[in-house]
Write a protein that binds this ligand. Sequence first.
Ligand code: ZN
Length: 216
Amino acid sequence: MKLPYTDLPIGIDMGLKHFMTDSHGDVVDNPRHFRKSHGRLKKLQQRLAKKKKKSNRRKKAVKSVAKAHQKVRNQRKDFHHKESRILVDTFETIVFEDLSIHNMVSSPKPKQDENGKYLPNGAAAKGGLNKSILDAGWASFIELVKHKAAWAGVTVIEVDPKKTSQICSACHKEGEHKDLSVRTHICTYCGVVLDRDHNAAMVRRFGACKISPVGR
Ligand SMILES: [Zn+2]
């Protein structure tokens, strides 16, 4: 079923707090059952690690882990299919940030103090972050959207994400670089306060307006 149609470009921000936030401020979260099946998978993996090598119990445990993995994969695939269908049926132009120029999935370098002692650098926290990025499967989701869009004649644009968190969607001025931990955009020029992901999605939409294909 087609939803109320709009020819305005939509900016999509893939996030950690929410699976995606669009430039209207609408959010889509990961389904709750994801967490449950992830938890089960982790438990089965821990159980497998304790089994003796080449034992029958180990073989059984390997099977259960594979099954749980498959379940997680299928759930994610269903979710991605559903959400990509909605996007493509609703919008004429969809704008993502180009994840290939994203370097969020890299571990931070260790920091040392003047005595050579290692300082906490948020590696553990970032490690958790990286895991959620990978778990969310953003790249494969975007591929699905592109595939469906190609069939439907919908345009998908990927933009450089570097500056989307720095630029203000209200006044278009460029502010300072924001650390990933800063979840709110507060503009020092116009004073607008927005959720970080919402602001980024809005900036992306303006970007799309500037480079939108001729004749649309
Ligand atoms: Zn501003």
